[in-house]
Design a protein around this ligand. Sequence first.
Ligand code: NAP
Length: 251
Amino acid sequence: MTDIFNLSGRVAVVTGANTGIGQAIAIALANAGASIVAVGRSSMDETESAVRAAGAGFHVIKADLGSIEPVKNIVAETISTFGKLDILVNNAGIIRRADSIDFTEEDWDAVMDVNLKTTFFLSQAAARHMLERGGGKIINIASLLSFQGGIRIPSYTASKSGLAGLTRLLACEWAAKGINVNAIAPGYFVTNNTTALREDPERSAGILSRIPAGRWGTPAELGGAAVFLASQASDYVHGTVLPVDGGWLAR
Ligand code: NAP
């Protein structure tokens, strides 16, 4: 049974793998046997140590995902390093907070570019390779804001709701061709992304009181869902957005 979760011999690209959720997912995939290509703009040293400690292959690609310019190279360099690309985790993402009445075009575009536009064009570039090879796995990191409205984060909610739709659309186009496109919707996790919320006593208490599990999530707790969606265990799972949220959406 455990063999269906084994990722030995697979090659995974993880964007934003230097910290938080991306780092935890890279380590989880490495522990399941995958070689990791860590893509991002910050030092990957910490991630590299953990991935190599798991005995997995590791390669860094420096890229700013605020534009789609690096996407072709990310796929080409992955193939030239490890010979192929089996798993793409679109994790890199940003959030900008302001009342909608004051929200700027800059804050709209920056979030949409990283969270949605680059995710689509990197998925397209990866899928061109995966289709030639007969399949692959694409995992998008969505959000509770793929299901709910939220407040003061209009571009984030638009991008993550869009990402849920994009996940379903790409699944419809590529499922029969051997590519599984799915998403994980993390609830409230302790990362840089949520520092502002955790530092606001009122918001923090409000959030905590609504989480059935009674606590924030830790990034490592997303590893199991990522390994599942990257592995043979999910071969008939297409277009789903899987909440890992301490029960938030069940409330
Ligand atoms: P994080 O610690 O802020 O991580 C965000 C990652 O994205 C970092 O690696 C960051 O790199 C990278 N990134 C942002 N802009 C980039 C750019 N232009 N080019 C390259 N890399 C870029 O927060 P996180 O919580 O782990 O976020 C990871 C994903 O989970 C995001 O998509 C986020 O929306 C999603 N998410 C988080 C939560 C949560 O509770 N934490 C909940 C739902 C969804 P730098 O470190 O270099 O900025």
